[in-house]
Ligand binder design. Structure first.
Ligand SMILES: Nc1ncnc2c1ncn2[C@@H]1O[C@H](COP(=O)(O)OP(=O)(O)OP(=O)(O)O)[C@@H](O)[C@H]1O
Length: 291
């Protein structure tokens, strides 16, 4: 980040914090921690943002899929992103994860990591995990084996399956099994799980890598009502330790987890705020929620 950009970001942040309620950023997340010195490889949260996009645009064959989009997310925040088909929600996630390079704009992870300088695998190892809509677990392997494989061991698949977990790794795996509601299914073959359980297992695999930020694309599509309710519980339990960005069309689900909701339309932020605020916004009703 250039000194000018840093100074401008800090100035805007201070102004926003002065306006926001104590302990909250304008985006509704937790306040900034000051006097924090980031170590190499550590995400610097000293400006109270884990993710920061400014004036980002990308066009595909002349069509502006993302149009001067600015957005920031606070550490530990659970942000919901909604909007009509083609609004640019997936493209936004593609930009954050390095799959798509924007034509212009700024994308930072914390205050110091310029994501536009990193490749897709580097961004994943920096601590940004992404869950696509369709579950992708190893169907032939057990729940336990899937989670074990997800550890960052730098071993091949076979070696990863047979190495012994140390006590820290075992504790972590046990904790995640509990978190994802699969503690009773440790030895079950992943292919035999229900659709919702597979989704939870994949989220568990991401959690094994302890990501700072999780991007979740339509996580409850195809789930039963009960699975959807348990997924809401799961996400609420993850916020705080992780930051989450959830793209979803299921408004019942959004209602059960929403803190701050961002409405995207035509590649830009149309509205942002508490769910009741955006639901009452005439522009949002017009383009997305209907009358
Ligand atoms: N690689 C691409 N090439 C051309 N056009 C693209 C590409 N990726 C996205 N688009 C277009 O950009 C726009 C935004 O697409 P995007 O998939 O991000 O929307 P979305 O909000 O995720 O929609 P949905 O809710 O249907 O998933 C769409 O009009 C889409 O057709």
């Amino acid at each position: 980040m250039t000194p000018e950009l840093m100074a401008e970001g800090a100035r805007r942040m201070a102004a926003r914090q002065a306006r926001a309620a104590p302990g909250q950023t304008a985006s509704g997340g937790r306040g900034a921690g000051f006097a924090h010195i980031a170590r190499p490889g550590q995400v610097d949260l000293s400006h109270g943002r884990i993710l920061y996009l400014e004036d980002v645009s990308v066009s595909f064959d002349g069509f502006k899929a993302i149009d001067h989009l600015s957005l920031d997310i606070a550490p530990g925040e659970l942000r919901c992103i909604i909007g009509p088909n083609g609004a640019g929600k997936t493209t936004l996630m593609d930009i954050i994860t390095g799959k798509t390079r924007p034509d212009s704009g700024t994308v930072y992870f914390g205050s110091t990591i310029d994501l536009l300088r990193h490749s897709e695998p580097e961004i994943a190892s920096l601590g940004i995990g992404r869950k696509f809509q369709k579950p992708t677990v190893f169907e032939q392997l057990s729940v336990f084996e899937n989670l074990k494989l997800a550890l960052k061991t730098h071993k091949g698949v076979k070696a990863s399956l047979f190495f012994r977990l140390d006590s820290g790794q075992s504790d972590r795996l046990a904790e995640i099994l509990h978190t994802i509601h699969l503690a009773d299914s440790v030895t079950r073959q992943a292919g035999k799980l229900s659709h919702g359980q597979k989704q939870w297992l994949e989220i568990g695999m991401l959690l094994m890598q302890d990501p700072r930020l999780l991007l979740l694309d339509e996580p409850v599509a195809g789930m039963t009502d009960e699975e959807t309710a348990r997924t809401a519980e799961l996400f609420l339990s993850l916020r705080g330790r992780h930051s989450l960005m959830v793209v979803e069309h299921d408004m019942g689900f959004i209602r059960s987890i929403a803190e701050i909701v961002t409405v995207l339309c035509d590649g830009a932020v149309l509205a942002q705020g508490r769910l009741d605020q955006v639901q009452a916004d005439e522009r949002v009703i017009e383009v997305y929620l209907g009358r």
